[in-house]
Design a protein around this ligand. Structure first.
Ligand code: B1M
Length: 207
């Protein structure tokens, strides 16, 4: 009998081999891939996200939990595709042009995937055209931009302007150390999140 909480606990503890083993066992017992994802992996990652938000765990714990979740996803991904299970939504994620910082962005990506989103990661130093093309190609409804420098946070403003000029209507959310809610309001972004776990919550809100 499958115990979803056991899978969630293994994600929380970052036990990648155990997650893999439990997910495979659940699949063998004919549990649906969607149930394993929603009731096991996402519950575990959600728990880590909530603790990260409260500063009860730190970046390393999030990274090892995300790695464990990924191990389970490797088994589930093809099954979810076959079953036609749709992701919660598609998010284009990148660090804006001129900025090479990606540790925070990658954490945001992990939390978004952990919450059930499909993430199209366009990497660092991403020019407006890259955001535009990726959004059009993936039909993303949310664009998530990261910036770590006071000199590159201003690029978020011009990127939003370029997106709108190109007819892209997807909601834009922003984040990164120098960014604030006030700045998001000022440049016409639909959302701001102070940390990776909040970013997943904000993306859900924007759907
Ligand atoms: Co740079 N760097 N760096 N750096 N770097 C900072 C950001 C800095 C504050 C250091 C300092 O001076 N004290 C400073 C910026 C000053 C400023 O502008 N106010 C700085 C500088 C100046 C520079 C260079 C200019 C240094 C130089 O060459 N003279 C240069 C710029 C390069 C460039 O981008 N063009 C540079 C280069 C680098 C490295 C390449 C060496 C390296 C980056 C490696 C990498 O990312 N792969 C690096 C690093 C590591 C840092 C520090 C030390 C750490 C950043 C980090 O990864 N933090 C940083 C100082 C610091 O923060 N203590 C610093 C951990 C990460 C988990 O946090 O990215 O904030 P963070 O992400 C958080 C939140 O901000 C949020 O969620 C994350 C997790 O909760 N978040 C989002 C992030 N994106 C989000 C998006 C969202 C929502 C939330 O929605 C879309």
């Amino acid at each position: 009998m499958i115990n979803f909480q056991e899978i969630a606990d293994a994600v929380i503890k970052g036990q990648a081999p155990k997650v893999k083993e439990l997910v495979q066992k659940a699949v063998d017992e004919k549990t649906t891939a969607n149930d394993i994802l929603q009731k096991g992996l996402i519950v575990g990652m959600g728990f880590i996200g909530a603790r990260f938000k409260k500063n009860e765990v730190y970046v390393p714990e999030v990274l090892i939990a995300a790695r464990a979740m990924k191990a389970g996803m490797e088994i589930l991904k093809p099954l979810l595709v076959t079953a036609g299970v749709k992701p919660l939504g598609v998010v284009v994620l990148g660090t804006v042009k001129g900025d090479l910082h990606d540790i925070g962005k990658n954490l945001v990506g992990m939390m978004l995937e952990g919450a059930g989103f499909k993430v199209v990661d366009i990497g660092i130093d991403a020019a407006p055209e890259k955001f535009i093309n990726a959004t059009k190609e993936s039909n993303a409804t949310v664009i998530a931009m990261s910036a770590l420098l006071t000199t590159t946070m201003v690029v978020m403003k011009s990127t939003i302007e370029e997106l709108r000029k190109a007819g892209v209507t997807a909601k834009v959310m922003i984040g990164g150390a120098p960014v604030t809610q006030a700045y998001a309001d000022e440049i016409g972004a639909s959302g701001y999140a102070p940390d990776a776990a909040s970013a997943a919550d904000k993306a859900k809100e924007l759907l």
